[in-house]
Each structure stands twice: as structure tokens, then as C-alpha cells.
Design a protein around this ligand. Structure first.
Ligand SMILES: Cc1cc2nc3c(=O)[nH]c(=O)nc-3n(C[C@H](O)[C@H](O)[C@H](O)COP(=O)(O)OP(=O)(O)OC[C@H]3O[C@@H](n4cnc5c(N)ncnc54)[C@H](O)[C@@H]3O)c2cc1C
Length: 504
């Protein structure tokens, strides 16, 4: 009899990426054990912003109703020079093709609690808190994970088909894979402060909407002290201050140091409370190897992005979205293990584009040499820069060298009956096709190979018009596998579905 491991997948770490992956795998009935070192969600201030693509993933997880009351829609990021002149505008307003606004703000511990909540209702997911993984022993058909229960010092072990390291920047799983980190050359120290304010900060009129509510984030590109301001839901506001030579990193996080930094916004102890203050180094790095055999990386363990675009966590959640269905297909025996090779191939170049743009923006924001800052101001004031959110295609993986739209994001239109596309499809492959093409395919006895056939009515028909095609195959992570203009082309495209190439 063949060996049956304790779990299909062990996830090391339950930050946002581990929690999202546990949801996706558990919803498909995979046996998952999550090992998390901390007793509860990580308490220090980190992510504040998520994009529409990530909201669409939260829609798939069924948590948007629960988390939206604690979020607000965000608009632009204004990059101002020391004189308050606009250098760069990162514009993110309005509902986009994902069916969600381009950016939302939140408090990361609340979001993580929202991500963890559904896990309790998934019978095949087990969470072991205060358990720290410290060693991985690889065998041919499984991995043995050794961990310490930090609540009592007991050592434990369990076996799994696959182990995913969602264990953050200092990943133990990455160490066992033996992956190097490619240094993308930005490692500045900043003090990050979350404040609870009874009175809105002063001097932010330029960042308000028509009703006077502060809605834009501001990057103060002042060479004396580069600073970030982010308005958050409720009374919370985030400031990030670059540490400058001569700063004492301990003193600066004490109340006197923080209120001194906040003086320009007239924030005082009489009307404001310091929630948390901590010094972080904003790293930019990319792991060179995301998988070795049964060990896989996702999230900050695989890549670290400076927060200037608000994309570190978003990128990790994209990893989870890309990986979960591939693990599902491989573990169920419907796809060969080689499908997992497409994971880094697709995600690696995609996340690199975000890291490089964040580093480039960081170069603008973090210019502390007065002469360089003066030249930067002159250049950018002469050529005002308008940035829009980027949407790079996936690297060549499953779609190979097929031209776009293969490998790009599929939009989420509404169908004629008002339902949103993803709500009809779930976390599965979909064939979105003109009703006549879908009918012809059915008449020809075309096997959709488990994909959900959706007639492109309502906005979905307009969407196919815009793309200029009759049908498309959409992956569970909402990227386009390819487009097809006829039943024969659709049959050929479906032949590239992972399950279609699996050994029986
Ligand atoms: C100041 C700041 C602002 C940011 N702003 C944004 C933003 O606006 N938008 C955005 O998208 N991103 C932002 N980020 C990045 C974002 O916070 C991270 O990318 C995200 O938290 C990474 O998620 P993760 O799940 O991969 O790792 P983590 O959140 O680091 O979680 C890793 C988990 O693994 C656990 N763990 C580690 N080792 C072990 C072990 N051996 N055994 C068991 N458990 C273990 C840890 O306890 C932790 O819970 C920001 C980061 C910072 C520092």
C-alpha cells in the first residue's frame, strides 16, 4: 500500500499569503495543516493598500462582505517636492476591469483576521498556532516537517505531499530549498507609525475629495526627510518617515520623537494616540528558486517589494492564486507535476516588474542629496509624470509563447442576469464564449474538460467585442489561457488545459 502523508499540503506561516492559500486549498477539500509561530495575527503595522485584482481574489474567497466595512476606497498617490509642487501623480480612481476599484485601504491585522475567519469552517484545514517549523526532511513521495510547539516546548513532526513556505522574508523553507536572493538594490530604513486621530491632520487640503475628506496618499519627496502619509479607514492614519543619518532609531519611535515628526500636521498628544511605531528596512529582493521538488515558496519568502506602490502583499496573494489550483490538479493526479514548473516561470517576471517600478519610485522619493533632489524636481516639473497602475502579463508558463491576450488578466464583466462572471465560475477554468459558439460546441460534443461554459451575454458580450474574439479560456486565477474564434480553435485550446495532458 502506498504511503499516505498526514496532509496534502503543510503551509509554514499564516500571514495574508498563507491564510489565502489555506482558504483556496481547503475549499477544494485538500487536507491542509497550517503551522504559525505567533499566537494570533501579526500585530505590527505593515500593508495598508490592496488593489482590485486582490479584491477579486477576496471575492472568490467569499470574504468581501465581511472585510469591506473596515476598508475604504482610495484614490491617488501624490508625490510632492519640498515646496509642495506635484512631481508624480499615481492615479487609481474608479472601478476597473476587475470589477472592483483600483485601490482599497485597510488595517492589515483586521484584513488578516478576515482572511482567517473562514478557515474554521473548512473541515480539512487545521491551524496549529504557536508552532514553529524548524526542519524539513525530504523523501521521494513526501516531506517531513519538524516543528516546535512554542506553548510547551514539545517537538512535533508531520508529513505532507508538499510544503509551501508562506513564512515571510526570513523564510526557513527558502533556506531548505537553498535559494539565493537576488538583491534589487533598495534597502532603506524607515520608521512606520500608525496613529489614531480625533482631529484630522492639518495641511492636507490638496489630498481631499469634494466633501473635504482626506482621500489621497502623499509622498513628501523632501530631501531633508522623505515622508509618506496615508489616510486609512476610521480615525487611523499612517505616516512613514525615512531614517536620516544621525537619527537614533530607538528615540525616534518614542512618543516625544514621534510627535516631533508629526508637528507639521499639527498632530499633538491632546488629540492623537500612537497605535504603533516601528523601524523597518524596506527591502527589494527576489528569490532565484521558488520551488525544489516538494518545497515551494509564496509571498515575502519569494520576493520583497518596497511599499511605495503598495504591492508587496498583493504580489504574495497573486502567488497564492496562481499556485493553489496547480497544487489541486497535481495532487488529484489530473495534471503532471511539471505543471508546478509554470508557477515561478509565470510569477517571477510579473513580480519583478512591480519591484522594479517600486524601486524606481523609491529613487524619486528617497533622494536625500539636495543637488540630486533639485535636478529631480527640475526634470519632473518640466515633464509632469502621470502613472497608472501597471498590469504586466504573466511570464511564459502555461500559455507558452502565445501572444496577448494570452497571459494577461481577464476582466470580470456582469452577465445579462446581473451576476458577476467569477460568481458563476468559482475557482475553476471557464470558457467564456458567444452563445452561438457555445451551442455549436455542445452540438459537436466538445468536451470542456471540467471548465465552466459561460454564455457571454450582457457586459460579457461587449468584453469579447473589445478583445476582438469569439471566446476565451480563463484560468481559475483569472488570467487568459488563450482565445478561440471557432469550435475547432476552442478544442485545440482546451487541449492545453492541465488536466487534458495528465496521465490517466
Ligand atoms: C511598512 C510596510 C508597509 C507595507 N505596505 C503594503 C501595502 O500597502 N500593500 C501591500 O500589498 N503590501 C505592503 N507591505 C508588504 C506586506 O506587508 C507583506 O508583503 C506581506 O505581509 C507579506 O505577507 P506574507 O504572508 O508573505 O508574509 P508575512 O506577513 O511576513 O507572514 C509570515 C508569517 O509566517 C510566520 N512564520 C515565519 N516563520 C515561521 C516558521 N518557521 N514557522 C511557523 N510560522 C512562521 C510569521 O509568524 C508570519 O505570521 C508593506 C510592508 C511594510 C513593512
Amino acid at each position: 500500500m502506498s504511503f499516505v502523508p498526514d496532509a496534502d499540503v503543510v503551509l509554514v506561516g499564516c500571514g495574508p499569503v498563507g491564510a489565502a492559500l489555506a482558504n483556496l486549498l481547503g475549499a477544494d477539500g485538500l487536507r491542509v495543516v497550517v503551522l504559525e509561530r505567533e499566537p494570533s495575527v501579526y500585530h505590527l503595522p505593515r500593508a495598508v493598500s490592496a488593489d482590485g485584482e486582490v479584491m477579486r481574489l477576496f471575492q472568490t474567497l467569499g470574504i468581501t462582505d465581511a472585510i469591506l466595512p473596515n476598508m475604504n476606497v482610495s484614490r491617488n498617490i501624490r508625490h510632492l517636492n519640498a515646496e509642495g509642487k506635484l512631481l508624480v501623480l499615481l492615479e487609481r480612481g474608479g472601478v476597473g476591469p476587475e470589477g472592483w476599484n483600483h485601490a482599497y485601504r485597510f488595517h492589515q491585522p483586521e484584513l488578516e483576521a478576515g482572511l482567517r475567519a473562514p478557515l474554521a469552517g473548512l473541515p480539512t484545514v487545521e491551524m496549529r498556532l504557536r508552532c514553529e517549523a524548524f526542519a524539513l526532511d525530504e523523501a521521494e513521495d513526501h516531506v517531513r516537517v519538524r516543528y516546535e510547539d512554542l506553548s510547551n516546548g514539545h517537538l512535533g513532526a508531520l508529513t505532507a505531499r508538499y510544503v509551501v513556505g508562506c513564512d515571510g522574508a526570513r523564510s526557513v523553507v527558502r533556506r531548505f530549498i537553498g535559494s539565493a536572493l537576488q538583491d534589487l538594490r533598495s534597502h532603506e530604513r524607515w520608521v512606520v507609525v500608525d496613529m489614531i486621530l480625533d482631529v484630522p491632520p492639518a495641511g492636507l487640503e490638496h489630498a481631499c475629495d469634494a466633501s473635504g475628506r482626506i482621500i489621497d496618499a502623499v509622498q513628501y519627496c523632501d530631501p531633508v526627510r522623505p515622508t509618506t502619509f496615508v489616510p486609512m479607514p476610521g480615525k487611523r492614519c499612517r505616516w512613514e518617515f525615512m531614517l536620516m543619518p544621525g537619527d537614533d532609531p530607538v528615540a525616534i519611535t518614542q512618543p516625544a520623537g514621534i510627535f516631533a515628526l508629526l508637528a507639521p500636521w499639527q498632530v499633538t498628544p491632546a488629540t492623537a494616540r500612537i497605535e504603533r511605531a516601528v523601524v523597518y528596512t524596506f527591502h527589494s529582493a527576489l528569490a532565484t528558486q521558488w520551488r525544489r521538488g516538494r518545497l515551494i515558496l509564496a509571498g515575502d519568502s519569494a520576493h520583497q517589494t518596497p511599499p511605495f506602490l503598495g504591492q508587496g502583499m498583493c504580489s504574495g496573494l497573486r502567488d497564492a492564486n496562481n499556485l493553489a489550483w496547480k497544487l489541486r490538479e497535481v495532487i488529484a493526479g489530473r495534471a503532471p507535476e511539471g505543471l508546478l514548473d509554470s508557477y515561478q516561470s509565470e510569477r517571477g517576471e510579473h513580480v519583478r516588474a512591480f519591484i522594479e517600478l517600486a524601486v524606481e519610485l523609491g529613487g524619486i522619493i528617497q533622494a536625500t542629496d539636495p543637488e540630486k533632489a533639485r535636478r529631480r524636481d527640475a526634470d519632473l516639473l518640466a515633464n509632469p509624470t502621470l502613472l497608472r497602475p501597471i498590469a504586466p502579463p504573466l511570464g511564459p508558463g502555461l500559455h507558452g509563447d502565445a501572444p496577448p491576450p494570452a497571459g494577461t488578466r481577464a476582466a470580470q464583466p456582469r452577465l445579462a442576469d446581473g451576476r458577476r462572471l467569477d460568481d458563476v465560475v468559482g475557482y475553476r477554468f471557464a470558457v467564456l464564449a458567444r452563445p452561438a459558439l457555445l451551442a455549436a460546441a455542445a452540438q459537436a460534443g466538445l468536451d470542456l474538460r471540467g471548465a465552466v461554459g459561460v454564455a457571454a451575454t450582457g457586459e460579457a458580450g461587449d468584453y469579447l467585442d473589445r478583445v476582438g474574439t469569439e471566446s476565451m479560456v480563463i484560468r481559475p486565477d483569472r488570467h487568459i489561457l488563450g482565445v478561440a474564434a471557432s469550435v475547432a480553435e476552442l478544442e485545440a485550446l482546451l487541449g492545453r488545459l492541465p488536466g487534458a495532458t495528465a496521465a490517466p
